[in-house]
Structures are given as structure tokens and as C-alpha cells.
Write a protein that binds this ligand. Structure first.
Ligand code: GTP
Length: 598
């Protein structure tokens, strides 16, 4: 039967351990276009994704493989995004598989994302095939890494396949292992339809393209389907598979992985993790694991030019069509005027959206510092969710405040254990556990407030460990903290867009750092500008921006016109990102200064 010859799998790996290279080798062996050729052809629209070298959207390719047993097998290789912000999407694409190829770099060993991905694969009951990649490297230590796989991941070291994706070593063994070790999909093709959505993308011509995996039942064009979570109904126009070119099919059945087009206007009607069933004779229950994604990180987006407000709203409306996890609502700031408070899955997601608005829609933005959602219980027992620090009620009205915490796992060489623990401590981390992976690598676990992760944790970790540490986290829930709102005053005026929530014990230190940073970032004005940090009515830190002394142009001796023009242009360039706040000109970077830690 056809179904017995289907194998659905993903490749999971830590960044740079060779996922794309191995995928390319597999595509070559099965004579599909390679991933890189495919990217060139299909993803031209998304330069950003390619520039950053990360996969934001998942893809699924159908491949044909003739195995040593003489049979022709159908492989569905499902790609997963490579960043912690998108871990829910990773978990759903793994849920569409029966197996996963786990790649570990023979020179690096297991890293934080290796383990995070393994946990996701185990949660989804996948058969895991461990692969030690890059054995061609002089620094490769396949025996040591094999042992690590056995000790840390719990897979027998003898099961590891040694490979070099670069040189094409081990590829046949991997493909045969896919056939032998990964089970064929099970499920009843006559049962009511249940198909899991693991991705959906918006196409301006065809509407939403749903990527899904049929778990039970069969679906055909013309049928009426229902999304079980959103309860929306649509008529199927086209279904098919990617080879990697889209290829229409008359039906898709158990084990098939492909696409569906059904006049869906908005990706929020086809959410990742949702179950597709028939409108008539629907399945009684959804597939497990559906979760509506809630944004974790918020910031204000304001057009530099107040006339850009409508354009910004239109840009957000368009981006939302393609991104069910992007949230926004109108907000007004005394300092910045009309803009939007936007919610994101994480920092990378936030940066990607900001860049797309600026590049694709040509809107210059002022972005306020990212914040998490704080839970405030007031003295009248009211519960508030605060996603904007300036909305924090007055201290005397607050009974208690809680903030989201993450469980952070850092893997690092021995020599950096000190600096890593120091950093976690400084970020208000609570020590949980420390385990040696082998004689010179350690896994350190801390619970840390999400807001501290948002503030440059990753960059500092990288620089404190010369790039050697890897890091992954998951949200574990809310905990009470001693938090207060700190306001920033420029020229005696409170600037709402600069308010920040800080831990009381660190308030003085942070206040001092922030006012000094602002003093350095805000250009001198015609008059002296005091910069102050306050908690409630109490000023806790102060510094002063001195008045401007001489004209910049005075630096250009006499008549060099082109030089003078350049300087003026440079000033203008700088001005684009300036916002007049009260009577002080404030550059974009100043709104991020509340993030600086030293
Ligand atoms: P992300 O897309 O960033 O997650 O990385 P990835 O895991 O897809 O890694 P990728 O395939 O892009 O490989 C990362 C680097 O390792 C590239 O420079 C590859 O050329 C190199 N590389 C991949 N496989 C091998 C290998 O077997 N041997 C050697 N020497 N280098 C390899």
C-alpha cells in the first residue's frame, strides 16, 4: 500500500551544525532542486529571511527515494524554523512527522538548541536518528560526541551515523535509516478528516496557503472544510504537494503532507496547530497540542513623521495578514504622539517586523524599549495586565506585581562557568541546576525574569563567553517580584515613552546608568537640559546635557563647500530619527537607552 512507503521527517539541529547542508544533500540524492536553488526561486520576496540566514517560514517538500530493498519511497521533509521565538511552530512541524534527524556537530558537541529540539521531538513521540556531522573537520571528535549523545540525549551511541554533509559522506546510510527506522504513518483513511496545520502563508494572488499533514481521513477539492479552533468554514479549491514546485492532486490522504488553498483571506483563520476537518461529518475531537500563541514582548511603534500614521496602520494591517502572532492596537503617547502598541513572540520577531515596516513600507519608526506583560493586583483587588510601563498604576495603589519568568539553559565550556553564573545572577536569576556534559562542558539552568532576557541577555552572554556559550529558554509562568515604575524627566517634563519597570533593589543603579546614557545620546540643545530619573515623586538620579557651545559647521575651515554639504546631509540623516519631545530633540537610540545595563 502507498501509505506504507511514506516517511515523514524533519531535521533538527543547533544553529550552524549543518541542517541546510544536509537537507541539500538529501534533495540532491532524490533529484529535487536543492534548498539553495529553491530558496532562490521561491523566496525572492523574503530577502530579509535570507540575509539573516534563518528560516522564518516552514516548508515541506515531497521527495522520491529508491531504497536498497528496491522499493520506491515517498519522503516528506519538513523544515523547521531555527529560533527560540518560533519554538511553537517547530513543535507543530515536528508533530507532522514520525521521525527526526538529529544533527550534532562533531567538533562542537551538543548545544542548547540541540537539547531544546530533542525535548520537542520526544514530546511528539518521534523516532530520532542521531547524526554526527562534520566528521571531515580536523577538530572533529566523533567518539566524544557519540558518548555525549548517549549520556545527555539518551540515545545509544552505536546508533549514531557519522556524516559529512559537506563531502556527502554518510548520506546513503541516513536515507536507508529513514526507510528502516522511521515508521510509516498510521491512521484510518475512512475516518472523519483530521489534518494538522503546521504553517500558513499569505499569498497576494491565491490567498492563504495552508501547509498541513493529514492524520486521518481524506480530503478533495470542492469539499467544505472547517477549522476546528477558529470554527471558520471554507471550500477547498486546490490541494497538492511541493516537489518543491507546487503540484495539484485529486486527493490527499493519511500521511500526506502538502498544501491547501481555500479562499482564506487571513492567516489568523488558519492557525498553526489547528485541525482541519470536514464541515459535514466533522471529527468529534481536535488533534492535541493546539495553542493560541500569545505575544510575550511589546513595544510602541511611532512614525517619526506624524503624517506617517495612516501608512503605518496600513503596513501593520498587511503584515498581520501573514502573521497570526503579530498583535497591535492604537496608542497615544504624550511624547511621541499617535502610534501603536505591538505584541511579538520574542525579540527576533520584533526586529523582523520593525525592519519589514521600514524597508518594505518605507516608514521611519521610533521604537520604544521592549517590555513584557506585568500582572498587577491593585489595592482594590483589581487585576491589571500592563504591557506599557507608563500605564503602571501609582505605587501606593499597587498590592503586588508579578512578571513572567523563563527557564534558561546555558551550555558553556568549563572556563566560562564563573562569568555565566555572574551574568545570570546580575539578571536576577535563580539558580536551579548545573550538570557536566563531559569533562569540559557544562549545562547551567537558571530561572530568570523574561524582561531581563529581553534586555541584552544573549549579547552579553555571547561576549562574556567569547561566543562559546549557547542558550535556550522556555516560559514557565508568573512570579511575584518587587517591581516599581521609574519615570524619566527631560527638562523637568516626564517622558512617558521612557518609563521603565525596574526591580526596587536595582532602581538606583539602573536610574544612574539610564540618565548618563541619555546625557550621552541626546545632542546638546541651545539650553541646558536636566535629565532625571524618579520613582513616584522622588528623584533618584540626575545628570545634565550641557548647552551647545559652537556651531558644527565652524569645524569646516572656510570655503570647502562639498565638505560643508556632506556635514549638513549627515546632520539631516541624523535628524530623520529625531523626535521633538517637549522642546528637546531626542534621537531614536535614546528610547532604547533604558535597556542599557552599563
Ligand atoms: P542555520 O540555517 O543557521 O540553522 O544553520 P544550519 O544548521 O542550516 O547550518 P548550515 O547547513 O548552513 O551549515 C553551517 C556551516 O557549516 C556552513 O558554513 C556549512 O558549509 C558548514 N558545514 C555543514 N556541513 C558540514 C560538514 O559536513 N563539514 C564541514 N566542514 N562543514 C560543514
Amino acid at each position: 500500500e502507498r501509505r506504507d512507503r511514506i516517511r515523514n521527517f524533519s531535521i533538527i539541529a543547533h544553529i550552524d551544525h549543518g541542517k541546510s547542508t544536509l537537507a541539500d544533500r538529501i534533495l540532491e540524492k532524490t533529484k529535487a532542486l536543492t534548498q539553495r536553488e529553491m530558496k532562490e526561486q521561491m523566496l525572492d520576496a523574503m530577502d530579509l529571511e535570507r540575509e539573516r540566514g534563518i528560516t522564518i517560514k516552514l516548508n515541506a517538500v515531497q521527495l522520491e527515494y529508491k531504497a536498497n530493498d528496491g522499493e520506491e519511497y515517498i519522503f516528506h521533509l519538513i523544515d523547521t524554523p531555527g529560533h527560540v521565538d518560533f519554538s511553537y511552530e517547530v513543535s507543530r512541524s515536528l508533530a507532522a512527522c514520525e521521525g527526526a534527524l538529529l544533527i550534532v556537530d562533531a567538533a562542537q558537541g551538543i548545544e542548547a538548541q540541540t537539547l531544546a529540539n530533542v525535548y520537542l521531538a520526544i514530546d511528539n513521540d518521534l523516532e530520532i536518528i542521531p547524526i554526527i556531522n562534520k566528521i571531515d573537520l580536523p577538530s572533529a571528535e566523533p567518539e566524544r560526541v557519540k558518548q555525549e549523545v548517549e549520556e545527555v540525549v539518551g540515545l545509544p551511541m552505536d546508533d549514531c551515523i557519522l556524516a559529512s554533509a559537506k563531502d556527502g559522506v554518510g548520506i546513503d546510510e541516513i536515507l536507508e535509516s529513514v526507510v528502516k527506522d522511521i515508521p510509516a504513518p498510521a491512521g484510518d483513511p475512512e475516518a472523519p478528516l483530521r489534518a494538522m496545520i503546521f504553517d500558513s502563508v499569505y499569498d497576494p494572488y491565491r490567498g492563504v496557503i495552508v501547509y498541513f499533514r493529514i492524520v486521518e481521513g481524506t480530503v478533495k477539492p470542492g469539499e467544505k472544510i472547517r477549522m476546528m479552533a477558529t470554527e471558520k468554514e471554507f471550500e477547498v479549491q486546490d490541494i497538492g504537494v511541493f516537489t518543491p514546485k507546487p503540484e495539484s492532486k485529486k486527493e490527499l490522504s493519511v500521511g500526506d503532507v502538502g498544501y491547501m488553498i481555500a479562499s482564506i483571506k487571513n492567516v489568523s483563520d488558519s492557525r498553526v496547530g489547528d485541525t482541519v476537518t470536514h464541515a459535514k461529518n466533522p471529527a468529534p475531537e481536535m488533534l492535541p497540542g493546539y495553542r493560541k500563541l500569545n505575544p510575550m514582548v511589546f513595544c510602541g511603534l511611532y512614525p517619526v513623521d506624524a503624517n506617517g500614521y495612516t501608512a503605518l496602520r496600513e503596513a501593520l494591517e498587511r503584515l498581520e495578514l501573514n502573521d497570526a502572532s503579530l498583535q497591535y492596537e492604537a496608542e497615544t503617547s504624550q511624547a511621541l504622539g499617535f502610534g501603536f502598541r505591538c505584541g511579538f513572540l520574542g525579540l527576533l520577531h520584533m526586529e523582523i517586523i520593525q525592519e519589514r515596516i521600514e524597508r518594505e513600507y518605507g516608514i521611519d519608526l521610533i521604537t520604544t524599549a521592549p517590555s513584557v506583560i506585568y500582572e498587577v493586583v491593585t489595592t482594590d483587588d483589581e487585576v491589571l495586565e500592563i504591557d506599557n510601563p507608563s500605564h503602571m498604576p501609582d505605587t501606593q495603589k499597587i498590592e503586588r506585581v508579578s512578571e513572567p519568568f523563563v527557564k534558561a539553559e546555558v551550555m558553556t565550556p568549563n572556563e566560562f562557568v564563573g562569568p555565566v553564573m555572574e551574568l545570570c545572577q546580575k539578571k536576577r536569576g535563580q539558580y536551579i541546576d548545573m550538570k557536566y556534559l563531559d569533562e569540559n562542558r557544562v549545562n547551567i539552568v537558571y530561572n530568570i525574569p523574561l524582561s531581563e532576557i529581553v534586555y541584552d541577555f544573549f549579547d552579553t552572554l555571547k561576549s562574556n563567553t567569547r561566543g562559546y556559550a549557547s542558550f535556550d529558554y522556555e516560559i514557565i509562568g508568573y512570579k511575584e517580584s518587587n517591581l516599581v515604575k521609574m519615570d524619566i524627566l527631560l527638562n523637568g517634563e516626564k517622558i512617558d515613552a521612557l518609563s521603565v519597570i525596574v526591580h526596587r533593589d536595582f532602581a538606583y543603579e539602573r536610574g544612574k546608568i539610564i540618565v548618563d546614557k541619555l546625557r550621552d545620546l541626546i545632542p546638546r540643545q541651545q539650553f541646558e537640559v536636566p535629565v532625571q530619573a524618579s520613582i513616584g515623586q522622588k528623584i533618584i538620579a540626575r545628570s545634565t546635557i550641557k548647552a551647545m557651545r559652537k556651531n558644527v559647521l565652524a569645524k569646516c575651515y572656510g570655503g570647502d563647500v562639498s565638505r560643508k554639504r556632506k556635514l549638513l546631509e549627515k546632520q539631516k540623516e541624523g535628524k530623520r530619527r529625531m523626535k521633538n519631545v517637549g522642546n528637546v530633540e531626542v534621537p531614536q537610540e535614546a528610547f532604547m537607552s533604558v535597556l542599557s545595563m552599563d
